[in-house]
Ligand binder design. Structure first.
Ligand code: MG
Length: 304
């Protein structure tokens, strides 16, 4: 039995159930709101986060929680009633005060959870890919993570999990897991690269051109980390335009590294986390196998 077995088991169950909540709510009609950082939030983001927080609080009351959503004013009698309906239909009980739970963050602790209740909210509203990401850290060092990806285009929903020094894994039922590994592609110009669909910058185009990469895929959410971790794509390239948030990157960072890959900034540094942010020295990062990491860093030296 692994050291973080309890945390991972809980995170798997929470991510699976949260996915049921977001998929249930997808069929209901509700609005999307703009946050102060211009990114969208929906009632489904809140419903997912409230559920996940309530269960972490119950199982690990001494742990700290770092979660994305705090828009308590969106919890009106009407939206609360819709969220409760989703819980009832999925047999989720014991969540009494939704407003209090949404903003519960636990005591300060060296054990910290990160929650992204829906990563890729723009895509979620459009029926595209999105993910639910849960990370677990000790002193801001990722120790375990779970990413749930819903069924899109009749494919099965998938749960990914990673444990520090325990590998990266993938499951189609959330129970039997198979180990995954990054690709062994060594040639940069033959690599398949994925990049952001909604938050990209001209640097991606410049990099793709300089690297003579022909196969590129634009997609939403932290699923890009999953695709690199399981070797389906070779590179996830990500210039950063705004302050990167910890819940977007902690789960995927650990997943790719545990799958034998590397996740570094443009100078080759590993990620560091502090409070609710990813602390990074350069203007972006990329995830790939180790051979491509070396190649890409060489090329970036010429571009940056
Ligand atoms: Mg989100």
């Amino acid at each position: 039995m692994h050291k973080f077995n309890d945390e991972v088991s809980l995170a798997i169950n929470l991510a699976k159930k949260a996915l049921d909540i977001t998929e249930y709510l997808k069929t209901k009609n509700f609005d999307s709101y703009q946050k102060t950082d211009n990114t969208p939030v929906t009632i489904a983001d809140l419903a997912s986060q409230i559920y996940i927080i309530s269960r972490i609080k119950k199982n690990f009351p001494e742990d700290q929680i770092i979660a994305e959503e705090s828009n308590i004013q969106l919890l009106t009698p009407q939206t609360i009633s819709l969220i409760k309906k989703s819980y009832d239909s999925l047999d989720i009980k014991e969540i009494v005060n939704l407003r209090e739970t949404l903003i519960y963050r636990g005591p300060n602790s060296n054990r910290q959870w990160t929650i992204d209740p829906i990563d890729g909210t723009i895509g979620y509203k459009k029926g595209l890919v999105y993910a639910i990401g849960i990370g677990f850290m000790e002193n801001y060092i990722p120790k375990a993570s779970v990413i749930a990806v819903p069924s899109i285009h009749n494919q099965k929903s998938i749960i990914y999990k990673a444990i520090d020094k325990g590998g990266a894994w993938r499951s189609e039922d959330g129970e039997s897991f198979k180990k995954i590994n990054v690709s062994n592609q060594k040639k940069l110009n033959q690599a398949i690269l994925c990049h952001s669909l909604h938050y990209d910058s001209p640097l991606s185009d410049k990099f793709i051109e300089m690297a003579q990469i022909k196969n590129t895929i634009a997609m939403d959410s932290m699923v890009k980390f999953c695709k690199v971790a399981e070797g389906m794509y070779d590179i996830y390239f990500r210039p950063l335009t705004t302050n990167p948030k910890i819940w977007d990157f902690c789960p995927g960072d650990l997943l790719v590294r545990e799958a034998g890959g590397k996740v570094t900034d443009f100078y080759g540094n590993n990620f560091q986390y502090k409070h609710d942010e990813l602390v990074i020295a350069s203007s972006g990062f990329f995830a790939s196998n180790k051979d491509l990491n070396t190649e890409i860093l060489k090329l970036l030296e010429k571009i940056l």
